[in-house]
Design a protein around this ligand. Structure first.
Ligand SMILES: [Zn+2]
Length: 130
């Protein structure tokens, strides 16, 4: 269990610095672009920053189907438009999941976020997902 907590901390940290880059882009957009170019370029830059952030995070992570246990990945577009939620394990630890449709068994379940390492070991790209 200690190992699980350690790994989660590391994952949290790697998400944090990506989030820091994203926040830096927003600050840059609001302080520099907004007074200079107006609303639309500012909005587009923030949107692009969010896209890059989601892309970076989703490249390193995948999901495990709650119904069949198989791992899959989703395209950045899917990650972008679906919200993450946090669930609680029976042993009191927390995990994050998204409600996704599995490309293997086509059932919708709470798919747990897992590391890319596990995804590469599994088959299927999740590209069939809508
Ligand atoms: Zn499945």
């Amino acid at each position: 269990m200690a190992r699980f907590v350690e790994r989660t901390k590391h994952d949290w940290w790697s998400t944090t610095w990506k989030l820091a880059i994203f926040v830096a882009i927003i600050v840059f957009a609001l302080v520099v672009i907004y007074p200079w170019r107006g609303f639309l370029p500012t909005f587009l830059l923030i949107l692009a920053g969010l896209w890059v952030f989601v892309g970076l995070v989703s490249r390193r992570s995948g999901y495990r189907c709650d119904k069949c246990g198989r791992a899959f990945q989703v395209p950045t577009t899917v990650n972008f438009f679906t919200a993450s939620a946090v669930g609680k394990n029976p042993d009191g630890t927390y995990y994050s999941y998204k409600t996704l449709t599995c490309p293997h068994c086509h059932k919708t379940s709470k798919a747990r976020v897992i590391k890319r390492v596990d995804v590469q070991a599994a088959k299927g790209s999740g590209r069939l997902l809508k």
